[in-house]
Design a protein around this ligand. Structure first.
Ligand code: SAM
Length: 278
């Protein structure tokens, strides 16, 4: 069987996947796009040689990216999803009936069309009438918004190339301005096993802008380092409190997962201390 060797930009090891079939291979204005069929993970979306989602385990990532803050925020109605061209984050946001508006800001419209074709169950919410698609850099989009949004979610590719604009202090400032008074923000921030320094950098940059910053994690099979982190920030409300009941249908996320996903404070503080080696 042919093999796909993943070219993760910051991983010290290489992942190898069996390929039953290459279903799609192309190049957009921004990146190489490939869809393969793997015997265990099912269809896999690969951008610039890096695995983005798999049919088998995408729900772990999308549920954890979205539902933690959607339950910490008391009243999330207006949402921005930046990146997430596969539609998985949008699908999870739309499970919340009180959501009125979702700005879906993906730089590469070809990722959206490939996902609609090959991952219809993931892309299922993209055409919902509450969703407004904007094909542009999320950092530019967010500058236009002032005091308008309840929750901003970044679901980008790794912190490299055009995704870097979503991890700067300037971007985090615009995010803060775009949020309502009780607004919240979450972004992927790589893994604690392989990318602890990057996690610390994201956290430190957020702490320059937001009064409340925290970190939660989830175990993910296909992201390098597996102990995946989500960096969250809030303008006013502490993040570790579930302010809404869990009613949406999920496979992994629930109230116990909400609370256990945040690292114990002692572990969090040690991990974020650059003086301590791990
Ligand atoms: N869950 C995946 C992961 O963590 O690897 C990410 C999936 S999603 C397909 C990532 C998307 O982010 C890509 O489609 C990419 O085009 C988009 N993206 C990267 N940088 C962006 C930016 N600056 N603005 C908007 N979208 C961006």
């Amino acid at each position: 069987m042919i093999k796909f060797f993943e070219k993760d930009p910051y991983s010290p090891i290489q992942y190898v996947y069996e390929v039953e079939k290459v279903l799609y291979k192309g190049r957009s204005a921004f990146q190489d796009i490939m869809v393969i069929q793997n015997p265990y993970f099912g269809k896999m979306l690969i951008l610039d040689g890096v695995v983005q989602i798999t049919e088998k385990d995408e729900f772990f990532y999308h549920e954890m990216l979205v539902h933690v803050l959607m339950h910490s925020h008391p009243n999330p109605r207006s949402i921005v999803v930046i990146g997430g061209g596969d539609g998985g984050a949008v699908r999870e946001v739309l499970k919340h009936d009180l959501v009125e508006k979702v700005y879906f800001v993906e730089i590469d419209e070809e990722v959206i069309s490939v996902s609609k074709k090959f991952f219809p169950n993931v892309a299922s919410g993209i055409d919902d009438k509450r969703v407004e698609i904007r094909c542009m850099d999320g950092a530019e989009f967010i500058k236009e918004k002032i005091n308008e949004i309840d929750v901003i979610i970044v679901d980008s590719t790794d912190i490299i190339g055009f995704a870097k604009s979503l991890f700067t202090v300037e971007f985090f400032k615009s995010v803060k301005n775009a949020l309502h008074e009780d607004g919240m923000f979450v972004t992927l921030s790589e893994s604690l096993h392989f990318h602890r320094n990057m996690v610390i950098e994201v956290q430190e940059a957020l702490k320059l802008i937001f009064p409340i910053v925290d970190l939660y994690t989830a175990p993910l099979a296909t992201y390098a380092g597996n102990w995946w982190t989500f960096s969250a920030a809030s303008k006013k409300l502490p993040l570790r409190e579930m302010r809404r009941q869990h009613k949406v249908v999920t496979k992994y996320f629930n109230a116990e997962i909400f609370y256990s996903s945040f690292l114990p404070l002692s572990v969090y503080e040690n991990l974020m201390n650059k003086e301590l080696s791990w």
